[in-house]
Design a protein around this ligand. Structure first.
Ligand code: ACO
Length: 325
């Protein structure tokens, strides 16, 4: 029998502390009006004492509880993150320990805002191989620790949070198509966590830990390259916009979603958005949105809807998955 993968449960978790645009205006020369009108962001959740693995473990625990799954039956855990607790152990290994998934192998996947989509694609192949039955795929970030809080052009855009899915083996196809892309030649348009060389045997390198972004160039990249990829993905399956119930896109900027919807000749109501509440949470944004849409009764886990999930950002990376849920 051929094995396929299916998203059988979704969950999200964000830190309790809420920072409003007006709170940021106390720290830097900005305003609620500027931030909200340029981005659609009104507030973000910022961690006080929880690390990325704490957020991810909360999601993992919810996934297990909601689905009645025993932790020792999980075969693998992939955490997509650019803000791990540490390079080693990985955030996924920490989650594995925290939830007692004793039989699971676990690793992090680093692809910025495309991280969740790339991780989901990888996990789908693991399940479809027939070797593994259950996996957790989580996007989790504490971007607040990588921001330069004196730089108003980036600090206002991002937030912390985590979301994820339980992926299980099934006998019906749910993943219908995908396109994943990377253009490393444009990588410096968006970067963070640069650790310079520092051994006694090397020339001294320069550290650049904080997130830096060429905002306008990333904006144009999203409208041009990502929209083309969404078009190509639908065409590759002989589908059109009419066949898609919802586009769950990375939540960077409300204006990006509006421009993409227009270019795709689609209805903006098919593009759920929650950046007003969370800002850009990088790898966590798509699973947080998916989990909220399920909670709100907009999206069902019964295989009746066709969705496009698409992430885009640092790398530059971008990717899209067409699936029924
Ligand atoms: N408050 C007030 N003014 C500001 C702020 C702020 N927070 N930030 C910038 N400005 C000013 C600038 O200094 C500039 O002033 P000037 O004209 O006097 O020089 C003016 O506002 C316009 O700045 P722009 O950068 O041109 O503003 P723009 O309209 O392009 O919006 C933004 C900037 C919101 C960042 C937009 O370019 C954007 O959303 N880009 C895409 C971001 C994105 O998609 N990221 C996804 C990937 S993230 C990841 O992968 C981790």
């Amino acid at each position: 029998m051929t094995t396929f993968a299916k998203i059988s449960q979704v969950a999200h978790y964000v830190p309790a502390q809420v920072i409003e645009n007006d709170d940021l205006a106390q720290l830097m020369d900005t305003s609620d009006e500027w931030i909200a009108s340029r981005t659609g962001i009104r507030r973000r959740h910022i961690t006080k004492d929880e690390e990325t693995s704490d957020l991810a473990a909360q999601v993992a625990t919810q996934l297990l509880q909601k689905s009645g799954t025993a932790p020792e039956t999980i075969d693998f855990i992939i955490v997509a993150t650019i803000t791990p607790d540490s390079a080693m152990p990985s955030t996924a290994a920490r989650v594995q320990a925290k939830i007692g998934a004793t039989q699971a192998f676990a690793y992090d996947l680093v692809a910025a805002c495309s991280g969740f989509v790339f991780a989901l694609s990888t996990a789908e192949k693991l399940i479809a191989s027939g070797r593994y039955q259950k996996g957790l795929v989580i996007g989790a970030e504490t971007l607040s620790k990588t921001l330069d809080w004196s730089d108003r052009s980036t600090a206002v855009l991002f937030g912390d949070g985590a979301g994820g899915v339980l992926l299980e083996a099934t006998d019906q196809p749910h993943f219908l198509g995908e396109i994943h892309r990377t253009d490393g030649s444009r990588g410096t348009d968006l970067q963070s966590g640069v650790l310079g060389l520092s051994s006694p045997f090397s020339e001294a390198g320069e550290d650049a830990p904080y997130l830096k972004m060429e905002g306008r160039s990333i904006f144009e990249f999203a409208i041009r390259d990502v929209t083309k990829t969404l078009d190509d993905l639908l065409a590759s399956q002989g589908l059109t916009d009419e066949d898609v119930d919802y586009y769950l896109l990375h939540q960077a900027n409300r204006r990006i979603l509006e421009k993409m919807a227009k270019k795709l000749r689609s209805d903006i109501r098919k593009f759920p958005a929650n950046m007003a509440e969370y800002g850009n949470t990088s790898a966590a944004s798509i699973p947080i949105l998916l989990s909220e849409c399920v909670e709100q009764g907009k999206i069902f886990l019964d295989g009746s809807q066709t969705l496009v999930l698409s992430g885009f950002g640092g790398g530059l990376t971008w990717g899209a998955i067409l699936l029924t849920l």
